[in-house]
Design a binder for this molecule. Sequence first.
Ligand code: FES
Ligand code: FE2
Length: 402
Amino acid sequence: MEVPMDVVDGRTQVTNGDLYSTKPGTLAGRYLRRFWQPLGRSQDVHVGRAYSRKIMSELVTVYRGENGRVHVVQSHCPHRATLLSTGWVEGDTLRCHYHGWKYDETGQCVEQPGEDAGFAAKICLRTYPAQDYLGLVFAYLGEGEAPPIRRFPDFEQPGVVEVPALIEFWPCNLFNRIDNAGDPGHIAYTHKESLRRSTGFKLAPPNCSVEETAYGTRAFEQLPDGTTIYPSHFHMPNINQVGARAQFKTASGEMKFVTGERLFFRVPVDDEHSVSYTVEHFPLETEDASAYLATRSERQDQRVAELRAHSEAILRNESTVEEADPTFTTQQMFWIEDYVVQVGQLPISDDREEHLGRTDAGIILIRKLWRRELQALADGRPLQNWTAPAGLNALGLTGGTR
Ligand code: FES
Ligand SMILES: [Fe+2]
C-alpha cells in the first residue's frame, strides 16, 4: 500500500504546507484558535450595534450590549439562517431582523413571536468568550475551555494606548505577514524610499541573529561596544513587537519625541486575506498625555483608501513606490512598501519555491516553532504556553548586556 508522503509511522508529519490554511478543522486553524484573537478595534464596535466579522475563514457576529459588554456569537440565525448582524441589540440581547427571534447574552433564544411556548428553549446560539483588551475586541474561537487572555504587562503600564486606524487588511496569506516579523533583511530595500524621505539615510542590511524565547523569538545584534540590542520580538503564534517613536507638541508649543512600543496582531481573514492591527503604547502621563491625545484625530485619519489604491497601481506596474504622494507619513509609506512585497508574494506552501539564506534565520525559526507546535497538536501532546514577560520593551529600546 502506498503511504502518503506526509504520514510517517502512521502519524501526520507536519510540513510548511500545513501553515497555509487556517480554515476550521485544519491543523493551523485549530492551533491559531487556541489563542484569543482580535476581531477589530474596540472603538469600531459601537454600543448597541452588531457586525459581521470574518476570521480564519469563519463568519461570526460581534455586538456590544447597551451596558458596553462585547459579545461574539454565530453568524446566522438558527431560524432561517439570515445574518444576525443586521438585527437589533436590545440591552444585552440580540434580536434577529427577519422574524424577531431574540437571543440573550448566553445565546439562549428567549423570544419567538407567534411560536408555541417551549420551542425557544430548544434553540441556542453558538457563543464565544469575548472581551476588550488594549483597544481591541478579542474572542476565543478554539476547542475546550478558553485559557486566560494573554496579557502584555508593558502595555498595561501608565501611558497612552491606541489602536491607530492604519489597519492593514491585505489580500495575502497570513504567513506572508508573519514571515515579515522575522525578516530584518528586508528593511534596507523594501523601505528604502521611506527611509530616504524620513532620514535621508541608506540603511545597511542589519547583522541580526535570532533566538527562541519563552514568548517566541527575538532578533538580537551585538554592537562593537559589547552591548546587545533586540530590535524586534515575535510572540508566538502571530504577534510582532517593535519599538515606536512619536512626536507631539506640548502645551507650551515645544516639540517632543517619545519612544514607546508597538504590537502587531496578524490575523487571517481567510486563506487569501489577512489583517494586522497595531497597538501602540507610549509612556506619557499628565499634561504630556493630554497634549499627545489632543492630536489623536490627526493620527486616526490614515488615508487607507489612498494607500491601497497606490499599492495596487504599483502591482499593476502603473506607478512606483518612489512616485507615492510626498505627503504620506513614514508609517503610511511603510504600509505601501510592505503591501507591494507581501501581496506580491505567492502564498506559502510546499510548492512555493524559495531559497532561504543566512538572513532568513528569523523566518526559518518562526516556521520551525509553528511546525513543532502543529506537530504536538497532531500528536495530541501539550502545547507550549507562551507568555510575554514584563520589561520586554526596555530590552527592545535600550538593549542590554547579555
Ligand atoms: S431568520 Fe432569524 S428570526 Fe427568522
Ligand atoms: Fe516592512
